[in-house]
Design a protein around this ligand. Sequence first.
Ligand code: ZN
Length: 160
Amino acid sequence: MGKISTPKALRGPDSAFSLSSLLSNKFFVFNAQPKGGFVNEYVGEVIDEEECRARIKHAQENNIGNFYMLTLDKDRIIDAGPKGNEARFMNHSCQPNCETQKWTVNGDTRVGLFALTDIPAGTELTFNYNLECLGNGKTVCKCGASNCSGFLGVRPKVRR
Ligand SMILES: [Zn+2]
């Protein structure tokens, strides 16, 4: 069993994603979206950081490569694996056409995905996970953007 580094994605409210499915699933829009338009809500089971770590550890020990976790605030994470919607199939891109925004709705924080540009119907939706690597190893980014960094979570860090 490998050592699990604490991902930066779990440490602050501004960072978005930890690991996710890469290229195994995709999410396309049916209808054209105007710039700034609301695309979808990122929903799932809300868990705390301890539970998140436990799930990641479990996944790593069982060679489960897909995570669908997004930091909600400093104590809570959305795990879209068990109870998520199709938003979890959005892939990472270094030049995404969507972004996450956090909104307070009736006193609770919710995460929406919004179009960064005008998006024609049938386009694959992407956003930047801003992720740090979980565990060991690099994940190759295949987004194809001209500014692609080449890897997701370039520097795995071990925090004590
Ligand atoms: Zn890329």
